[in-house]
Every structure is written in structure tokens, then in C-alpha cells.
Unconditional design. Structure first.
Length: 364
């Protein structure tokens, strides 16, 4: 099996369209048309991780954090990034990263944190906007079922927990084929009017290209008349952060101890508590201070994240407890999640979880 097949599966499972504008998920280094030997999964890609891949005969590294966020002026031997790039190239190792497209996925980073904390009734804290489109296709009535089958198979028509959804209205379509046209219905220079349907489908942004390709393939016309309209509706299953409830309220000190133990935290920085028990928990793996106001407005008892600045803690206003558990600590189980997903879908090579702790921060 080629490395390309693994990368394509990852890109389909965690679409690149879900990443934030500043991100650089996807292929970082290497050749995707080589045969897969074995795969190593890690949170970061450090030089030690590359050495581990070499020792375990892995020629594909899948990391959560991208190695490359900005362009390289040179590939020398001066910075750690340059050394990693050189070592990967010299050893025919491909590096592929899945970052904020995994953060914003409903079964991604935050879902895994929620699972580790046994949260129930979970939902996205900040749903993504401008991720939904309405596709309106005009099609001869006798071809409606064929078009439906193709578009539904490509991912159109999904609304929440429902699939194969559309709305169809009947009408009359008229057209006149010009000199160089190749009409499937009608004749050159003659105006035709036929019974057509106006069929409407919801299409997620990540599925647009595939759906349009399926539409053009299944449609009888050489020139398909369609409208693709971006919607303002929020996509509640995709987005940043998570909020949920504990099955039973926990005393604050007991909850803090559980979080520290679950994530092996060297320390937890937190604001003072305003309640005696924790019931509703908001969270965001990694650098999540941008959601602190959203967490406060949600009515959560606490907000778990990382990389919060001193002055940002004041925003709790004694109405919520902010917990900074550390960047690495909050995202460490991302690798486990990816290993589990890969093993479910690929059985002809080994998928190995890195044994290295790449956290650059130590606690005294």
C-alpha cells in the first residue's frame, strides 16, 4: 500500500477544510508514492521522534502538530526544524500532520478529552460558521432518482442525524442549444421546454468538490444548471471546544485531583472557585484562551484548556473556574485517538504509538 492511500484516508476523515486559517495541516515532508512500511504516531515531530521512526522501521510519521508553519529559507543544519527536515529526507520518511482539522472534528481532540473525563450530553462549544451550502440543481424529472443516488453517495443531503435529505419542486425548464453544443435533449437552434425538477440539497463545505463532481457525472446535460449558495447556518457538529456534564456533581477539590491524575499534570493553574461542586464542564485542548468568554457565557462551572495568560485569568470574574492544565497534557491522548482510528481501517502494516514524551516543559 502506498503512503498516498493513508494520507488520502486521513484527509477524507479529517478534511483540510476544517482547519483554521493560520494552520498548515497535511503533508509536511516526503514522498507519498512510496510503499508504507510502518507508521509512527506522535503529538509532535522532533528529531528524537524521527530517530524513533528509524529504529522502528517506520517511513510515515503522523503528528498532531505541524512541523512547518512558515516557509523555510534554507534546509541547513542550524535550527531544529532544518535538522528534522534533513533527517526525514535522508531516510525517506514522510511527515503528515492533522492539527486544527482534528481539533474542530466532532470525534477529535476535544471529544477525546471529554471521553477521558466521562462527560455526558456533550456538544460543540463554538460551532463553525459558513460551513454549509445549499445546492440547487435543475434536472429532468425522469433523472431525479439517478441524481439523488449520486449526490447522496457523495455526501450531500446530511442534516444533523438525518441523511438523504432534499426538497424537490416541479417546473418547466427551457433552453436553446447553440451551434457547438452537444445536447442530450433537443436540437441545435431550436428552443426546447421540458418538465424539470428544482432539487435542493445541503452540502457541507468539506464535501462540495466531491458532490459537484458526482452531480456533473450523473446529470444528463453537458451544461448543468445549478446554484451553490453559502449559508449562515451554524454547523453544530463541527467547531471549537466542547461542553458537557459530569454524571454526578463532584466536589471541586475532588474534580481537580481527578483532572490532575487523568492528564498527569505537573501542575494546574486555576482561578478560585465560585461553587462547591462541579457539574458542567467546558473545555478546549491546546491553546484555548480564545474561548474563555464563550465558556463563561455557556454557564459552565469550569473551563479546562492551556496556554492562558496572566491577565486572561481575571476574565473569570468569579463566575467560572479557569483551569490551565498544560498544552501537552491537554492534547497527549490525540495520538491514542489517531492510532485507534488507523488500526480500525488499516491492517496490512503496523501502526505504532510513540513511546516518547515530547513535552518541552518540565515542572519542579
Amino acid at each position: 500500500m502506498k503512503i498516498r492511500a493513508v494520507c488520502d484516508w486521513l484527509s477524507n476523515e479529517f478534511p483540510i477544510e476544517l482547519q483554521e486559517h493560520y494552520d498548515n495541516s497535511g503533508l509536511q515532508i516526503g514522498e507519498i508514492d512510496l510503499e508504507v512500511k510502518n507508521v509512527l504516531v506522535s503529538l509532535d515531530c522532533t528529531e528524537a521522534i524521527v530517530d524513533e521512526a528509524i529504529s522502528k522501521n517506520c517511513n510515515l510519521i503522523i503528528s498532531h502538530h505541524p512541523l512547518l508553519f512558515v516557509g523555510l529559507k534554507q534546509i541547513g543544519n542550524h535550527t531544529s526544524i532544518e535538522k528534522i527536515v534533513r533527517k526525514c529526507i535522508k531516510n525517506d520518511i514522510t511527515l503528515f500532520s492533522i492539527h486544527t482539522n482534528l481539533d474542530n472534528h466532532p470525534f477529535g481532540v476535544n471529544s477525546e478529552i471529554g471521553r477521558r473525563l466521562s462527560l455526558v450530553n456533550t456538544r460543540v462549544l463554538q460551532p463553525m460558521e459558513e460551513q454549509l451550502n445549499k445546492l440547487v440543481v435543475f434536472v429532468p424529472q425522469e433523472d431525479q432518482e439517478k441524481l439523488d443516488a449520486a449526490l447522496f453517495a457523495a455526501g450531500a443531503g446530511s442534516i444533523g442525524n438525518y441523511e438523504s435529505c432534499n426538497f424537490v419542486s416541479e417546473g418547466i425548464g427551457s433552453f436553446t442549444p447553440k451551434e457547438h453544443a452537444n445536447p442530450s435533449i433537443g436540437k441545435i437552434g431550436e428552443r426546447s421546454s421540458i418538465k424539470e425538477n428544482s432539487a435542493e440539497y445541503i452540502v457541507h463545505q468539506t464535501k462540495v468538490a466531491k458532490v459537484l463532481e458526482a452531480m456533473k457525472s450523473a446529470h444528463p446535460y453537458e451544461e448543468v444548471a445549478y446554484d451553490l449558495i453559502q449559508l449562515k447556518n451554524k454547523q453544530t457538529s463541527f467547531g471549537a471546544g466542547l461542553i458537557g456534564e459530569l454524571a454526578e456533581p463532584m466536589e471541586v477539590i475532588q474534580f481537580l485531583a481527578q483532572v490532575k491524575n487523568t492528564f498527569s499534570c505537573g501542575m494546574i493553574r486555576h482561578t478560585k472557585t465560585h461553587v462547591t461542586h462541579i457539574k458542567t464542564v467546558a473545555l478546549c485542548g491546546g491553546s484555548g484562551s480564545f474561548l474563555r468568554h464563550r465558556a463563561l457565557a455557556s454557564g459552565a462551572d469550569c473551563y479546562i484548556t492551556a496556554d492562558m495568560k496572566y491577565h486572561e485569568f481575571f476574565d473569570a470574574e468569579d463566575k467560572i473556574m479557569y483551569l490551565d492544565i498544560g498544552h501537552y497534557e491537554s492534547e497527549q491522548f490525540t495520538s491514542n485517538l489517531l492510532v485507534e482510528k488507523l488500526k480500525e481501517n488499516f491492517t496490512n502494516f503496523a501502526v505504532r504509538l510513540s513511546e516518547l514524551n515530547t513535552n518541552p516543559i518540565n515542572y519542579l
